[in-house]
Structures are given as structure tokens and as C-alpha cells.
Design a protein around this ligand. Sequence first.
Ligand SMILES: Nc1ncnc2c1ncn2[C@@H]1O[C@H](COP(=O)(O)OP(=O)(O)OP(=O)(O)O)[C@@H](O)[C@H]1O
Ligand SMILES: [Mg+2]
Length: 315
Amino acid sequence: MLRVEDLRVYYKTLSGYVRAVDGVTFTLSKGEILGIAGESGSGKSTLVNYIILPKPPMVRIAGSIVYRGIDLTSITPGELSKIRYTGISIVPQYAMDALSPTKRIRAIIRDLTRGRAEGDIEEKARERLRMVGLPGDVLDRYPIELSGGMRQRVVLVISTLLDPDVLIADEVTSALDVTMQRAVLEMLASFRDTGIVRSIILVSHDIAALYQVADRIMIMYAGKISEIGPAEEVIGDPLHPYTRALIDSVPRLGVRYKTRRLTGLKGEPPRLASPPTGCRFHPRCSVAEERCRAREPPPARVGKRTVYCWLYTGG
Ligand SMILES: Nc1ncnc2c1ncn2[C@@H]1O[C@H](COP(=O)(O)OP(=O)(O)OP(=O)(O)O)[C@@H](O)[C@H]1O
Ligand SMILES: [Mg+2]
């Protein structure tokens, strides 16, 4: 469905490049929900925004993004905007707070689907709203008249009205209480299960939330992948020292690791304007060796997983 290969996206700033996404490779399969987790500032939003909403000061240094045989990095902004909403739709982080306050939901939908929608889009919107437990008269309301959970569901309904192949949802559950989080996650899974969307990329710093719906999980650290693989394996038996520390720091998940006496996460993530040499996690890693400081770990296959750590390279 989607293949991202060695993608490097930096921010150009007055004091140099910020290496926010630095050599990321993964695929998204048909029917799959891929969860992307990682601490704040690890490059999650930069990665998913660049896929379908690239804009300055983001600069692509290398890499490709192939969707249905088309390299999205080589087409014009006009061609890319045709794929947005219909092929790949994104709900950017904070999107629900960015809804125009002076427009009713109906007008927001009309603006967004103008010239692209077939049939009665309003009727379709009403039906989808009903599907996610919202009354049809939401269309007559202003965003400010909706609760956070309602607004988030409305944003997700709007973003998927044109039945995109891929939905990218960035931190859509973060601002919600636990009950509403569950409702939104169930809604996403039902969008996939009913074929409204084919595949989903779900970004969250909340690894426990991802675990509820993701088929595979990708963990990012300082602009790179540390580990990617089936959700149960990554959460149940994390391999990368960073993944272990991250999961250990989540009480709901970490309880299983009590006996392992992990040291947890000390220190701060690195500044991406001048990241550490070798493995970017080495300054915080309790098992780092000389080679971790000197050279970047190559990807290592462990079963269905790919791990970027020297421990698993077999050398
Ligand atoms: N416009 C910008 N100019 C320069 N640096 C930026 C810009 N936007 C983001 N960054 C930097 O890029 C890095 C990655 O940021 P990004 O927002 O992608 O992280 P994230 O994983 O989505 O974090 P969060 O969990 O807080 O949403 C951070 O170091 C951030 O400071
Ligand atoms: Mg983000």
C-alpha cells in the first residue's frame, strides 16, 4: 500500500539542520493498522506530515515514499493534493483545535469536498456521524459547540468522507479522557473493518492506546526507528533497549517487567540539531558498547521484527 524508504527529512533553521527524520524505512500493508510510538520530539509528526503534507521548513535530504507505484516525493504539489483525502488522508496533530470557529460543520465539509465528492456528501456525512454515535444535527453546529471527543470524531469522519485508502491519524486520542479514547480507537478500527479505509497509521506517544488496535508497532527514537514488528511481540517482548525502557515506563504495560529490574529512562532525548554519533540512544543505554558510540547499527531481522541495535546484528 505504502512504502517509505530511507526517508530523511530535516528542518532548515538559521543555526543549521534539525535532523527530525533520519533514515526511516517501513511498509504499510493493505488492511493493516500500524501504530507509531515514541517520546515527544522523536519525529513522529514530521514523518507522517511529510508523507502527504510536506511544507517548508521541512527539507527532504533523501529517500522515497511510494504509494500505488507513485513516488510521492517526485510529483508536483498539485498532483499530491489530488491524492490527499482520496488516497491518503491525514488528521494532523491538533487538527480538532484548528477547525474554523466561524463555520458550521456543514460548511467545513462542503469546502473540503468541493469538486471531489460524488453523490450526496451531506447524506453520507450524516450516515457516518450516526455510525460513530453522533446525531446528524452536528452538521448545523459550530465546532465550539461540540465536546472534545465529539470534535475529534467529527474530524475523523470528515477526513474519511472520500473513503481514502490510507488514513493517518496523529495523536487523535491524546487530549481525550479514557472513555472517549476508547470510543475513538473503536471508531478507527471499525473504519478499517468496514472498508471505509483500507489501512491506518496511528501516531501516539501513548503506547498503551496503540496496543489496543495496532497490528504492528513502530517505535521511534530521535528521528530513527528503534524497532518495528507485530504489536504483541514489540510490547510483550521488546528487544531494543530503548523499547524496553519505554515500555517499562508505562505502568499499565510495565507491570509485566517488574522482575527484570530495568533501570528505566535516564536523561533526555538528544537535540536533533547535533545528534550523538553511532546509535542515537547510546548515551542513555545501559548496555552500550564501543561500537554503539562509533557506528550506526544496521537493521537486524529477528523473526517478523526489524531492530536497529548492535545486540541483534549477529556480529
Ligand atoms: N518548524 C520546525 N523547525 C525546526 N525544528 C522543528 C520544527 N518542527 C519540529 N521541529 C523539531 O523536529 C523534531 C521532531 O518533532 P516532531 O513534532 O516530529 O516530534 P513528535 O514525535 O511528533 O513529538 P510529539 O510527541 O511532541 O508530537 C523535534 O526536535 C522538534 O523540535
Ligand atoms: Mg507529534
